[in-house]
Write a protein that binds this ligand. Structure first.
Ligand code: CMC
Length: 447
């Protein structure tokens, strides 16, 4: 099969995929014919872009369950078969063979880097790793209990004040912009952790790889030097790759929507970080560990939690299960589950009671009719917290780790949106359901 090349023509995407098939809608006795678009992996869509202009009708789709917001050539996922590809490469191959930096390059540029492209990109990552010293003072002024995701989004938003020069030609400068963001966000994340401990900041080192550098900034200390453990580096690489993109999820759609108003990359990514923070999205990884710890500390009776999750009158959800798109196994969760055993063995952790509880819950859930009927399988967040814990990452940093991983995807989508000749500002319609026009009542006449 020939290599898929991203070029300007392909990026005009949707119009290149209009098929011979047509859809018909009958409204008020009149038949309207609508084009059908079939994507490169066979995904089908009815193109309603002219629907309102032609018919006066809009469509309603709460939660965008059936709405394709754009064409995209970054990530393909098949929720029924549990397939996830970045730029045409299977997630399993990428996770087992690549570094996170290679995958970040792939997502942003569309092709895997050559050795020299990778060296250049890595050099840029090294060059941009420092934070402007004035930014470092920010950390002193957040209250000590500030959630790390709030610190991260504030700091990323403020990057446009310190590095405004790159926002003029963002797509041409994407190498610089993406290297700057990828590198600085790692430093911001590690510094916010150090500050939360009241410990001295550890500056980035030019001689360490992306993940090793992050771990060193997190854990090195003047009184206990950090020794980079390659097993830990490999596990972190894998986790970041698995999180690197997931097409039009809530945070990525947020980045695109905010960016569609032509706002700069940093502000768009900052908005994406806030979306990711939610417990139904990236915040679930922290919630999973909290739930497993609670089950463990209360004696291990997980059936009580399963019953609560099944009770329609109880808002509790079994975190780490279910996904809007995957209606069978989440391929990322399978890789992470397998990696859990390897990581724990490599780190000499003979058993982890939370992992044991997690495995038992999964086994019961996979044969319980409530979960089976609703296609609720473990998602990426179910096992990732267990690995992060084994790597020494504290619970409140889990979602920050997700953000580090998701960053290349956000950048790639922002770039694709920015460069798309079909780009329009994102602006959904609504169906108004409030009161119809009524007379104004002066305040002294109101009852
Ligand atoms: N526990 C119990 N019931 C569930 C769960 C769950 N985790 N997830 C969905 N359901 C039920 C839900 O109550 C509904 O039942 P019914 O048809 O009887 O009303 C049915 O399954 C369909 O759920 P939904 O809320 O319509 O599905 P959705 O596609 O809108 O939501 C989800 C997807 C991920 C928000 C949801 O499954 C959930 O809340 N999961 C727990 C939180 C979680 O693990 N989030 C991480 C998602 S993966 C990483 C990421 O995207 O960031």
């Amino acid at each position: 099969m020939s290599e898929w090349k991203v070029n300007k023509k392909d990026e005009a995407m949707l119009n290149n995929f209009v098929s011979d098939q047509k859809a018909q809608v009958i409204l008020d006795g009149k038949t309207y014919t609508l084009p059908v678009i079939i994507g490169s992996e066979g995904e089908k869509a009815i193109d309603i872009r002219t629907l309102r202009a032609e018919t006066g009708y809009v469509t309603i789709d709460s939660g965008y369950m059936n709405t394709g917001s754009c064409g995209s050539n970054i990530t393909y996922l098949d929720g029924e078969q549990g397939i996830l590809n970045y730029r045409g490469y299977g997630i399993e191959e990428l996770a087992n063979n690549c570094s996170f930096v290679e995958v970040a390059f792939l997502l942003v540029h569309g092709s895997l880097p050559t050795q020299s492209e990778l060296s250049n990109f890595s050099r840029l990552l090294g060059r941009f790793a420092l934070l402007h010293e004035d930014m470092i003072h920010f950390f002193d002024h957040f209250p000590p209990y500030s959630p790390p995701m709030s610190i991260l989004s504030s700091m990323v938003n403020s990057l446009c004040n310190f590095y405004p020069e790159m926002t003029e030609n963002p797509v041409e400068d994407i190498d610089l912009m993406s290297a700057r963001l990828l590198s600085k966000i790692r430093t911001i994340a590690a510094f916010s952790y150090r500050k939360s401990l009241g410990q001295p900041l550890v500056y980035p080192r030019h001689d360490l790889s992306y993940c090793a550098n992050f771990l060193n900034m997190m854990f090195d200390s003047p009184v206990r030097p950090y020794e980079v453990n390659q097993n830990v580096v490999a596990a972190l690489n894998k986790l970041l790759i698995l999180h690197a993109d997931h097409e039009q999820n809530c945070s990525t759609s947020t980045v695109r929507l905010v960016g569609s108003a032509r706002v700069n990359l940093y502000a768009s990514i900052s908005a994406g970080i806030n979306a990711l923070w939610g417990p139904l999205h990236g915040g679930a990884n922290e919630a999973v560990i909290e739930m497993l710890e609670e089950i463990y500390q209360s004696g291990g009776d997980y059936m009580k939690y399963l019953d609560k999750a099944k009770d329609r009158n109880d808002p509790f959800r079994l975190v780490g299960f279910g996904h809007r798109v995957y209606k069978s196994h989440d391929p990322r969760s399978r890789i992470i589950k397998a990696a859990c055993d390897q990581v724990l063995a490599a780190l000499g952790i003979s058993s982890d009671p939370l992992l044991d509880i997690a495995r038992e819950i999964e086994e019961v859930v996979l044969s319980d009719s409530y979960f089976v009927e609703r296609n609720l399988y473990p998602n990426v967040d179910f096992y990732s917290g267990i690995i992060y814990r084994a790597l020494g990452i504290p619970n409140n940093m889990f979602t920050v780790m997700f953000a580090l991983g998701r960053l290349p995807g956000w950048i790639a989508h922002w770039k694709e949106m920015w460069d798309d000749p079909n780009w329009r500002i994102g602006r959904p319609r609504q169906i108004y359901t409030g009161p119809t026009r009524r007379p104004f009542v002066p305040i002294d006449e109101r009852e």
